[in-house]
Design a protein around this ligand. Structure first.
Ligand code: PHE
Length: 350
């Protein structure tokens, strides 16, 4: 039982002050509250001790103890409020949403690289005055081959290359039938592109049975060969975002005459790496087939080839997407595992 005198009151006060200085949370504060103001707390003991004092000291000591109790209660309250305020502040800081933080990355809803490529090239071509035309994927031999000057004995018609349906229709092997459909529908002059899926009986590391092309057709009067070359280089420069070297190589397509293939300098090594995995050391990449439209094809489109001429081209969209976005294996484009595109897909690598 503590004695109640100045010193003892003083000791309780000092103990309380020291305990309060060390307190760091509300639980500890509660412990202090019990220790000093509880039923068995130091203050209660002091009060009880009052009765044992000589009567002449009792009054003064009682006042002292009451004063101390008021002080202690007041300080407990103030400290409690401080702790609560600072805990609230911490909570606010922790839970604060920083609207200036950059996004963590897109996890859903992005366009497939081939679709992005298709949109990019379509935008460029629309800027050059071309409109988007469409045609069916399940096509007739007539549009896919006949009208395109591909005679029935041509090897392209072979079952080896083409998926035929029992009724004699087929899955289009290229987007070129849309040339005919568009000429028949719109007449001349004409500027169209047609992006879409095409199908061939091919399946290995560099060929897929379904792939994407973009057809282009321009029909007008006195169209010079140079416009075709200019259009193609314009499109490719805009697509790759820089001036590339081109090579126009003589080639053969039944529906164009003369026909050419357009090679661009290797976007990976620019011809400086003989072991380049993209161009295999040739320094060139074949990206577009094209040519001046064969008069028989213009005729099949019910346009007079004596008055009109033009050019057509077919772009391999999958190839273009791979080159632009640094995708090394064609099969990844058709794989269901999206994680590759989330992590390894480096848009705009140059
Ligand atoms: N249709 C051709 C192919 O699929 C490409 C092409 C289109 C060539 C237009 C010339 C003109 O290979």
């Amino acid at each position: 039982m503590p004695e109640v005198n100045d010193l003892n009151i003083q000791a309780v006060k000092e103990n309380f002050d020291a305990a309060l200085r060390a307190v760091s949370n509300l639980e500890e504060l509660d412990e202090i509250r019990v220790r000093f103001t509880g039923k068995k707390g130091d203050l209660t003991l002091l009060l009880r001790g009052l009765g044992k004092l000589p009567p002449e000291q009792r009054k003064e000591a009682g006042q002292e103890v009451n004063k101390l109790r008021d002080e202690i209660e007041h300080e407990l309250e103030i400290t409690g409020k401080k702790i609560r305020d600072s805990e609230n502040e911490k909570k606010e800081i922790n839970e604060r949403i920083d609207v200036t933080l950059s996004e963590k990355g897109r996890t859903a809803g992005a366009f497939h690289p081939v679709m992005q490529t298709m949109h990019e090239i379509a935008n460029i071509m629309q800027g050059l005055g071309y409109s988007v035309a469409t045609g069916p994927e399940k096509e007739e031999e007539f549009y896919n081959f006949e009208c395109l000057n591909v005679p029935s004995w041509h090897p392209a018609r072979d079952m080896q290359d083409t998926f035929y349906f029992p009724d004699g229709t087929l899955l289009r092997t290229h987007t070129s039938p849309v040339q005919i459909r568009s000429m028949l529908k719109y007449g001349a002059p004409l500027r169209i592109i047609c992006p879409g899926k095409v199908y061939r009986r091919d399946n290995d590391t560099t060929h897929s049975p379904m792939f994407n092309q973009m057809e282009g057709l321009l029909i007008d009067k006195n169209v010079p060969f140079s416009v075709m070359k200019g259009t193609m280089s314009e499109m490719l420069n805009a697509f790759f975002g820089r001036s590339l070297k081109y090579r126009f190589r003589a080639s053969y397509f039944p529906f164009t005459e003369p026909s050419m293939e357009l090679d661009i300098e290797c976007v990976e090594c620019s011809g400086h790496d003989e072991h380049c995995r993209v161009c295999h050391g040739t320094g060139w990449l074949e990206v577009v087939g094209m040519g001046m439209v064969h008069p028989n094809v213009i005729r099949a489109g019910k346009i007079d080839p004596e008055i009109y001429n033009g050019f057509a081209f077919g772009i391999g969209l999958d190839r273009m997407a791979m080159l632009k976005y640094g995708i090394s294996d064609l099969r990844l484009l058709f794989d269901g595992n999206v994680s590759y595109f989330m992590s390894g897909f480096n848009s705009g690598r140059r």
